[in-house]
Design a protein around this ligand. Sequence first.
Ligand code: NAI
Ligand code: PHE
Length: 359
Amino acid sequence: MTGVSTLEEALAAWDGEQVILRRDAEADAWIIVALHSSALGPACGGTRMRGYAGLREAVVDALALAGGMTLKFAAAGFPAGGGKAVIWPSRPLAQAERDGLLRRYGAVVASLAGAFRTGPDVGTTPRDMDVIAEAGAPYVYCRTCSTAGPEGSAPHTAIGVLAAIELLCARLSVPLDAAHVVVQGVGSVGARLVRRLLAAGARVTIADVDARATAALAGLPRVDVVSPARALELPCDVLSPCALGGALSERSVPRLRCRAIAGAANNMLATPEDDERLRARGVLYAPDFLVNVGGALAITGIESRGWSREQATARVRAAVRDNLAEVLASAARTGRGTDACARELARARLGAGASTPCP
Ligand code: NAI
Ligand code: PHE
């Protein structure tokens, strides 16, 4: 998907199954649902709602995020396919207008008759899932009344990211209570990750473009705040990108001063070449779709397979730890980047299809 310049080129280059594009004239918004793969089960992925520079950017984001969901579920051996929805309102919406848009989006989800199941993502909350479910049930996960509760998917995503950071620190021979972790983006996942890192004794530096987000954590012991511009360039043991995608790029990778990277952000490599750039710099990169699977895995496991919260937590920690250990070993053995090795692992499980073991 890199190097595409038009909407047509982006769609033509995509290897997914179907894209639904709906214009919502009432709210002056676009609704995009990208169904990437149904090889392992119905497509599942969050609903993202935010501003974009244009329709091309919104569609490209949906396509890339949907592909990431396929890899995420396949790597975890979970019987779900990959999809994602993006809602792009081209102007700020009042609450009632926003709810109306979400209800109409819910009708789009219902019209797919189970081919797409959704949950929250950037810009949407469990309360929004309640509104979408008015028309979109039973294909809407993570409602406020669900077992996951009003906190949504972020707690389990943070648990998975912490499991990855623990493993990386062990590889660096740095005990977690002596580690320095920089967290870029302290929203739903990042803030929870910071609290877990502090509980484990780590020193944490945080950065966010929203001063309210950093203010909520700034007074805590062992927390420093820096400007977003400095976050990626600070010397640290582990850098944890928990904001939006594309943080690791041709421009930022040469300036990194971390020893390892593990975060929640989806699609954090700006281009596939950044995998090799990180390898060449000796930075241990934990591939995003292995690390940030926690929320999607826990929520779908709890709501579609009856896992308890405790079982979900154990599954998330095991999936992140086992996959990351396998990928680090394969990268060391073959001399390739970890992202390439992780994609190979996920595609092999995708190819194994229905025979993939998942109790
Ligand atoms: P969020 O919207 O609650 O938090 C993101 C934070 O990043 C916000 O506080 C925002 O102000 C900040 N931010 C944006 N641009 C920034 C920049 N350039 N520098 C520093 N801070 C910046 O989103 P959430 O739910 O915490 O998700 C974070 C990332 O993790 C997203 O990429 C999301 O797709 C991904 N993710 C989230 C999951 C979840 O369960 N919530 C699951 C898997 C992935
Ligand atoms: N936002 C989640 C992710 O990117 C998607 C998700 C959450 C899917 C909850 C289902 C349920 O992984």
